[in-house]
Design a protein around this ligand. Structure first.
Ligand code: RIB
Length: 316
């Protein structure tokens, strides 16, 4: 049996410190510590799998205890996982700070993720998956290969360009069907296309201007995630702002983008490829994810998303 959704990307052990306010440079502050499974690729696989769609994950780990717990975790989540052990590298780790408003700051050490190779990705999975997701938290050459091969085999390809990197090029967008950046990543991608936007211009931007900027990326569907303001979906002849869900208690925003991406991919399978319905579904999943602590741990299951949409009187 092969996965319907294939995520090729990162597994990272999250080391999380909760604090009142982020420390300033040179400042020490007291906080609370916790640790759990994370990594953008793995989080997205968890988000998709929890909606009940058959999901596969390919990633690299070190020959260490963090790598072993990654495998156990994916086993418990029912993900079809292929972890490749890279003996000369450690499992990736992330230092995550979360303040009292639920905002986050993250530094990730890629470790084994940086050397994930194209030969690590099972060809049969690439041939048969209907939706393939990649991010920038892995080896970029492998990411480009995966997107190209998946497109050739007729899958819908999704790229979440996170974290944005200095070595990312516009050529990576060529094989992408759906691009899902956050605001900062979107501005950085535009720069790769020679368009400069100041962050100060961003807040006042009209939907028409945003649509024309999205089109400059030359990707069929661009979905810019806007945090608590929801998301903007852009296609060549359509654009729509899906508002964020208000009135929720924000506990931890880390991983909300991953909840969106994983649930969007699942939505494509659940709603027969209908992108706007999938985006509404993803918007709800991301809203729920910020109400819980942790990243992978906060990904909502299908029944929770369905209940939430009922409460919000949103029918998909
Ligand atoms: O998107 C959140 C993720 O980014 C965290 O789980 C952390 O591992 C970093 O990769």
């Amino acid at each position: 049996m092969h996965p319907e959704i294939l995520v090729v990307g990162s597994y990272v052990q999250d080391l999380v410190w909760r604090c009142v306010d982020f420390p300033q440079p040179g400042e020490t502050t007291v906080g609370l510590f916790g640790s759990g499974p994370g990594g953008k690729g793995s989080n997205q696989a968890v988000a998709a799998a929890r909606t009940g769609v058959r999901t596969g994950f390919v990633g690299a780990i070190g020959a260490d205890s963090l790598g072993r717990s990654a495998q156990e975790f994916h086993g418990r989540e029912g993900i079809m996982a292929r972890f490749v052990t890279k003996k000369a590298h450690a499992t990736g780790t992330a230092a995550i700070l979360v303040n009292q408003r639920g905002e986050n700051e993250i530094i990730v050490a890629l470790g084994a993720n940086a050397v994930l190779a194209r030969t690590d990705v099972p060809a049969a999975w690439l041939r048969s998956a209907r939706v393939v997701i990649a991010q920038f938290e892995s080896n970029l050459r492998t990411t480009a290969f995966v997107l190209r091969a998946a497109r050739r085999h007729g899958a819908t390809t999704i790229l979440n360009p996170a974290p944005m990197r200095g070595d990312a090029t516009a050529a990576l967008l060529r094989y992408v069907d759906v691009l899902i950046p956050n605001e900062r990543e979107f501005i950085a991608l535009l720069r790769l296309r020679g368009v400069t936007i100041r962050e100060s211009q961003w807040r006042e931007m009209s939907s028409a201007r945003l649509q024309s900027l999205c089109r400059k990326l030359e990707v069929p569907t661009v979905i810019v995630t806007l945090g608590e303001r929801g998301c903007f979906v852009s296609q060549p002849d359509l654009s729509i702002l899906i508002p964020g869900h208000t009135g929720l208690k924000v506990v931890d925003t880390a991983g909300a983008g991953d909840a969106f991406v994983g649930a969007f991919a699942a939505g494509l399978r659940l709603f027969d490829g209908e992108m706007i319905r999938a985006a509404y579904f993803a918007n709800a999943a991301a809203a729920l994810a910020v109400t819980k602590p942790g990243t992978a741990a906060a990904m909502p299951p299908a029944r929770e998303i369905a209940r939430f949409l009922r409460q919000r009187r949103t029918s998909l």
